[in-house]
Design a protein around this ligand. Structure first.
Ligand code: ZN
Ligand code: ZN
Ligand code: FE
Length: 743
């Protein structure tokens, strides 16, 4: 007779782990208990040694699909003489270390019951079980138990209670467990909030409004979507007008893989990501001109599958896919509360389908793209957050990292892990800064976290940096943007020592006060040297040049030819009248509101303007996306470039583009040139490992070619998979830095 204590840390709460342990112990005739606590799960089993061995084996081989054990501690103790095996009540003392699970899409069992007329939850939009349902968006505090969730106000009926308390049941301790008798309900309202129907009538009402071309505000898991019939161009264009988004792509929700395959060409890998429990938006190729109004001028569309029972019910009633874009005004956080929707989405939606289960924290849809043959998370939010990133080393202190300015996230770092927040977005409005503050406070209280250092971007005018100076004047530490990118890639792959960091993006504040963005760094966890960068482009008019590729092209033409720009470039000079051209030239030569930048992203802008693809952007990275779509893998040659000192000169590259006879090959040859530059320059940097980071590496052909060129030269190459290569990853790199520097 022996007693073994097992302490586990990982995703072990809210995934059916306790009933699994209970059943296994009973089955083996072991006594003891299991207890959820703030640090995970504690199990004690008592019995014959042989049976304890079997128990340990089954613990690892038969555990529920969503349970992941990251840490395990075992210890033999004096037998205590337990009579039976029991599930003990949670203790809530101590520092919370437990992993909170992300929201998980409706599982196959629940989906079957939802559509089964004999099931008591037939057509019930809040069906869930221990294998699925909301988690992160309903938790108020740890441990994860019903009274600590937004389900606390719903008292379970006797039947739900029975399921909840029966260890053999699929809903044993499923915290959001509910049914039509005792749980939340959906209702349809007009724009003023007046009720137009409840339950199934509400869903039928939404379907008929969608058929008439209506736009509906739909309350989901992490906030509101605005939805409309994706096949109705009139409705999609109305939505564009109301959201003031003339061309930026909208995501589309399909009933299932077969409907999705009618409109798009998903690969096997893309299908598996679409069907994964996180149910992210996945960028897939459209079939011909189908769904053109949802992604104007682009080859790929953001596609996703229903992830809540309400989505499933709605799509089972419609014969068309739905545009589903986040319910917000541009640059503001996604709307999550009913009253907030009526106020802030007024004028955007013709009706609202809402429910009375509160959303505790907003969480946008995640976005994944297959880049260089592997999934890359472009926006890491619902379905992934708040799972931590594990490090193979320990941080020296607790860090709060505030990220950058665009597509922002914040992160907290402690011990051997970093917990990145959900997507916060661009920090352009006071509302987005308020949202960031709320998310920082939420993370700190959820994890009982008090930062010892607060890392911000070096840019002195970023609101996040100012917030750090104001709130943490003695703990604030600045970090250069591109080194943060490379550190996020190192963290993702658990690297330490020196690497060659290739950080290419739109912009970031450099240590010399200029705008960087085409950088080769010698990076290590606590510092870096800038080794090479692209020749400066003069951004005529600053921010305006970022929105107008024609200004970037003009600047490059001024650099190449002075005022005597060749006639073959008239399509660019004709974008401006003579007076404007004179003023712009003056601004260029005298650097009037025209900062220099080494950005690689701007090279894409210039090329798209010179090839006549795009003169003025409607959304960020549009030029790069259009060039990506025009890449032809059968083109293998490239343009020239030169290197002098630490500067990579693109003038030969642009001479080549301007003189190109095969115009259609320009995008491919341009991208190939960048890949060749990456490998050539990395060869001069002196490390055998190269990390690729920055938004430019969301580009599939560029990343594919760059990796291939580097591998050919014998490099070990690391690219982003689970952490965004765009500025959504900045806070992760900052957290590593804050945790590793000597202070
Ligand atoms: Zn389920
Ligand atoms: Zn019930
Ligand atoms: Fe960046």
């Amino acid at each position: 007779m022996q007693r073994l204590r097992i302490v586990l840390n990982g995703t072990v709460q809210g995934v059916g782990f306790r009933p699994f342990v209970y059943r296994t112990a009973k089955d083996l005739g072991l006594s003891g208990f299991i207890l959820n606590d703030t640090s995970g799960v504690t199990i004690e089993v008592e019995g014959a040694r042989e049976k304890i061995d079997f128990f340990l084996k089954r613990l690892h081989t038969e555990k529920p699909p969503l349970a992941h054990i990251f840490y395990e501690e075992t210890e033999f103790l004096e037998p205590a003489g337990y009579d039976e095996f029991s599930i003990r009540e949670s203790e809530s003392s101590g520092t919370p270390e437990v992993l909170i699970l992300p929201d998980i899409s409706t599982c196959a069992d629940c989906e079957r019951e939802l559509l089964d007329p004999s099931d008591r939850r037939y057509l019930y939009p809040f069906i869930n079980c221990t294998n699925c349902g909301p988690r992160f968006t309903i938790i108020e505090r740890l441990p994860y138990d019903r009274p600590n969730t937004t389900m606390k106000e719903f008292l379970m009926c006797p039947e739900c209670k029975r399921e909840y308390t029966t260890p053999e049941d699929r809903r044993f301790h499923a915290q959001p467990n509910a049914c039509p008798i005792c749980g939340p309900e959906v209702f349809l309202t007009d724009p003023e909030g007046k009720s137009l129907g409840r339950g199934n009538d509400a869903i039928k009402g939404v379907v008929s409004l969608l058929l008439e071309g209506g736009i509906i505000g739909l309350k989901g898991i992490g906030g509101f979507h605005l939805i409309c019939n994706a096949l109705d161009d009139g409705a999609v264009n109305t939505l564009r007008r109301r959201k003031r988004r003339s061309l930026k792509p909208f995501a589309v929700m399909f009933r299932g893989i077969s409907e999705l395959a009618e409109y798009t060409l998903p690969t096997v890998l893309e299908e598996s990501i679409l069907l994964s429990p996180a149910r992210p938006i996945v960028l897939v190729k459209r079939k011909g001109s189908l769904l053109e109004s949802s992604a104007p001028g682009l080859e790929r569309i953001g596609a996703f599958l229903p992830y809540s029972p309400l989505h499933l019910l709605l799509l089972s009633e419609t014969s068309f896919p739905l545009v589903a874009t986040s319910g917000n005004l541009s640059d503001e956080p996604i709307v999550k509360d009913n009253d907030e929707a009526l106020e802030r989405l007024r004028g955007l939606a013709d009706a609202f389908i809402m429910h009375n289960r509160p959303i505790r924290r907003r969480c946008d849809d995640s976005v994944v793209k297959v880049v260089a043959g592997l999934p890359q998370i472009i926006r890491r939010s619902r379905g992934y957050v708040p799972l931590p990133l594990r490090l193979p080393f320990r941080l020296k202190r607790k860090v709060l990292a505030l990220g950058g300015h665009e597509k922002n996230t914040v992160s907290i770092g402690m011990d051997d892990r970093i917990i990145p927040s959900q997507h916060i977005g661009d920090m352009e409005t006071p509302e987005s800064m308020e949202n960031l503050e709320a998310i920082v406070n939420d993370l700190c209280s959820l994890y009982s976290f008090e930062p010892e250092v607060v890392v911000h971007d070096l840019h002195p005018r970023y609101p996040t940096a100012r917030w750090a100076f104001k709130n943490f004047p003695h703990k604030a530490v600045g970090l250069q943007h591109h080194h943060a990118h490379i550190l996020s890639c190192m963290a993702e792959h658990g690297l330490s020592g020196n690497v060659t960091g290739i950080a290419w993006d739109g912009t970031g504040y450099g240590e010399d006060g200029t705008l960087w963005g085409g950088e080769f760094l010698n990076s290590r966890l606590d510092g870096f040297e800038r080794l090479f960068h692209f020749r400066h482009i003069i951004l005529i008019g600053g921010e305006r040049a970022v929105r107008e590729p024609r200004r970037v092209a003009l600047s490059i033409l001024f650099d190449l030819f002075g005022e005597n720009i060749p006639d073959s470039m008239n399509h660019i000079t004709n974008e401006f009248n003579d007076t404007e051209l004179a003023i712009l030239y003056r601004a260029y030569t005298d650097r009037i509101n025209s900062p220099p930048s080494s950005s690689a992203g701007r090279l894409f802008d210039a090329v798209s303007s010179i090839t006549g693809l795009l003169q003025v952007c409607d959304y960020e990275a549009q030029a790069a996306m259009m060039l990506e779509d025009r890449y032809d893998p059968s083109v293998s040659d490239h343009y020239d470039y030169s290197v002098e000192g630490g500067v990579i000169d693109w003038r030969p590259l642009f001479h080549g583009i301007i003189e190109e006879v095969h115009r259609e090959r320009i995008p491919s040859r341009f991208i190939n040139t960048l890949a060749v530059i990456a490998a050539d320059i990395a060869g001069r940097c002196g490390n055998e490992r190269a990390c690729l980071s920055g938004g430019v590496f969301q580009n599939d052909p560029l990343t594919e070619r760059t990796v291939a060129e580097l591998v050919k030269k014998g490099f070990r190459v690391f690219t982003h998979r689970n952490i965004p290569s765009n500025d959504g990853g900045i806070s992760i790199g900052q957290a590593v830095y804050g945790g590793m520097i000597d202070i």
